[in-house]
Design a binder for this molecule. Structure first.
Ligand SMILES: [Zn+2]
Length: 126
């Protein structure tokens, strides 16, 4: 009979060698300082972090806006998210569309997007 604690849990099969290494490591002081006390906690947090990194970014797109002072029809307005350090266009759900090609080829845009990405990353690491 499942308890309240186990009712939202499910078993997962992982490689035996990595399982044993994690089980040893979670007994160390370093693991405890980082908040890990069991294999389950480690696997849960690792899974959450991978999910946030690879899947969830779509829930939180970034907006890059670069005005064109000569023709406002040429303003660059791009919603994107980062997936494994690749820029993915929200509109096209692609990392290879005309928008992404523009930011990767136009020298001026490239310079501004690099600066923008740097500011995002420094905010994420705080
Ligand atoms: Zn696009």
């Amino acid at each position: 009979m499942p308890t309240d604690e186990t009712i939202n849990q499910a078993p997962v099969k992982i490689d035996k060698i990595i399982k044993e290494k994690i089980q040893e490591w979670v007994k160390t002081e370093q693991a405890h300082q980082l908040g890990f006390y069991s294999l389950a906690e480690f696997v849960t947090r690792a899974s959450q972090e991978a999910f946030e990194k690879y899947v969830k970014p779509t829930d939180n797109p970034k907006r890059f806006f670069m005005p064109n002072n000569e023709n406002h029809l040429l303003d660059l307005d791009l919603d994107f998210y980062l997936q494994s350090d690749k820029i993915v266009c929200v509109t096209c759900e692609s990392e290879n569309c005309v928008h992404i090609k523009t930011i990767n080829t136009d020298r001026t845009v490239k310079k501004h997007i690099a600066k923008f990405l740097k500011s995002i990353k420094s905010r994420q690491n705080q």
